[in-house]
Design a protein around this ligand. Structure first.
Ligand code: NAP
Length: 270
């Protein structure tokens, strides 16, 4: 049997981890990985002897992305039609959408292309954060809604919503912003802005120090899930958080919250 060819829509830690773990592995190795991860939980081997070939896809937003194992392609497909064409030309057997929870356009294109071609699709999406005792969270439904709320909550803002959403805060001249992103944002940006170029993971101590040093009185973040260091630090420093809720997931598509569960899904196809 030829290997199962997977298009893995990436740009996240989970996408890279999945590619690193399954690219080029046979089913026995994947079974071992999943069984280990599930600590003896139910797992069907499905040992058909079929390997997996992964093509990771990145949007090309960062100039020096961390690259996963296996084949990588970079850049948009050209909408749903372009994606359908790519799936056909590249003889793709299945799709895994492991894009960021806020990359809603790419996810909707993956759903539409999978429906049109009949290819199986899994959405790998890490769980969102949930509030803990001591958290002061103001939940909003969009980045513009966060921007509208900011001036009533604080004046010194730590902004971690990503460089592409900074324009929504550009009109806020009564607040000072510390914006952290992997690459510098393009205008329009708020007039009182300090840019911090950095890539996680971050530590709680480091995040607390950052909040204190810059006298931050409100943190703005998307509910991306994953590393909680900045939220733990905000709680410890009594800094309120404006949390942008995720766009809803499409209901018709299976989802996996972890890389291990995505490996089980892949095994079910081989
Ligand atoms: P988006 O708004 O959902 O997508 C816009 C367009 O970018 C898509 O229609 C597609 O272009 C292209 N695209 C997006 N992801 C792609 C991928 N993995 N491979 C090839 N093309 C892709 O996405 P976004 O919010 O701009 O995010 C872009 C990328 O950055 C995603 O891969 C995401 O995982 C990553 N990311 C996003 C965030 C965030 O906060 N949104 C945070 C961290 C990482 P075509 O229509 O031409 O195919």
């Amino acid at each position: 049997m030829p290997p199962l060819r997977i298009l893995l829509l990436g740009g996240t830690t989970e996408a890279r981890a999945l590619a690193d773990r399954v690219a080029g592995e046979g089913p026995a190795a994947r079974a071992g990985l999943a069984r280990e991860a599930l600590d003896g939980g139910a797992f069907a081997d499905g040992d058909s002897g079929r390997g997996v070939e992964v093509v990771s896809s990145l949007a090309g937003r960062t100039s020096a992305p961390l690259l996963p194992r296996g084949e990588v392609r970079i850049g948009g497909f050209g909408g749903v039609d372009g994606l359908k064409r790519y799936l056909h030309e590249q003889r793709i057997d299945a799709l895994v959408d492991a894009t960021h929870p806020f990359a809603a356009t790419m996810t909707s294109h993956a759903v539409a292309a999978a429906e049109a071609t009949g290819l199986p699709l899994l959405i790998l999406r890490r769980p969102g954060w949930t509030a803990q005792t001591g958290d002061v969270w103001h939940r909003v439904e969009s980045v513009p809604a966060a921007a509208a709320l900011v001036p009533s909550i604080g004046e010194r803002v730590f902004l971690t919503t990503g460089r592409q959403s900074i324009a929504a805060f550009a009109e806020l001249d009564t607040c000072w912003f510390l914006s952290r992103s992997v690459e510098a944002p393009a205008p329009p940006v708020p007039p009182r802005l300090e840019i911090l170029l950095d890539r996680g993971p971050f530590t709680i101590d480091g995040e607390r120090d950052l909040l204190r040093r810059h006298r931050v009185d409100v943190l703005v973040t998307k509910n991306s899930g994953g590393d909680t260091a900045k939220l733990d630090a905000a709680r410890a420093e009594a800094v309120p958080v404006i949390l942008v809720d995720r766009p809803p997931l499409p209901k018709s598509v299976p989802t996996a919250p972890t890389v291990e569960e995505a490996i089980i899904w892949l095994n079910s196809l081989t």
